[in-house]
Design a binder for this molecule. Sequence first.
Ligand code: AMP
Length: 281
Amino acid sequence: MEIIKHIDEMQKRQEALRLKGLRLAFVPTMGFLHKGHESLLIEGKKRADDLTLSIFVNPTQFGQNEDLSTYPRNIEGDLAIAERNGVDAVFLPDAKEIYREGSQTFVNLDILPNYLCGLSRPGHFRGVATVVTKLFNIVKPHVAIFGSKDFQQLAIIRQMTKDLNFDIEIVGAPTFREPDGLAMSSRNSYLTAEQRQTALCLIKSLQNAADLVKNGETDPETLIRHATAIIASFPDTAVDYLTVCDPVTLETVSHITGPVLFAMAVKVGVTRLIDNMTIEP
Ligand code: AMP
């Protein structure tokens, strides 16, 4: 497994493999890898001849009062997981390598960031779209794999890939969960044992919404009211948002007639957790 820290070295490696006719897969991450990340690596191995993993805690996607300085890191552990999953190259740049002095170009989308997490994290998706664009130009993949846990991020990357004519197949992988249903996340490491139990309020309220719809409920407000009550029944929780929306445009829906996305962000203590489920009548 190659470990590469510099952009030009990464680009040269990828170009040489392209010239040999190999198909290249890419999984971008911020590290502190868990089984959710591993499921993306497994998907990448299946879909290409060569797999690159990037580990980069991207400063431009963190707000001023967010957890950039405390974001969990474990490079040794990450490299062991990468090796175990047959990763061929790990791209491990530092922030100065990615954001060179004097750089002034950012990638902005007009509409998709104006919903869900974009409302409480202004500038977040500008940071995400910019870094993913840069990583696409550095890693030059044929296929890139992203998790549906970050549903809005996946929608934004699909849109951006289309708008900017990246010749890259974007694959969305299902959310990988703990046995009790909690969506795996690097940020789960912030939770105390008690908060870890409380964090189940997200999946419980999503499952409840799915059951309501299965039993004929078509009013999004009813789903939101039930979810609010479930979440409030757990200690130390605060809803950031609960939204029933169109899975493509992310616009809120007023009546459920087809597949909808139920997406949420909930604070458990100081830790902000997100989850979502696509629900069909
Ligand atoms: P992160 O390191 O949190 O930036 O995530 C890197 C990639 O892993 C993103 O495409 C995420 O959507 C994906 N990911 C994070 N958690 C999960 C999960 N529980 N299941 C599947 N993919 C995930």
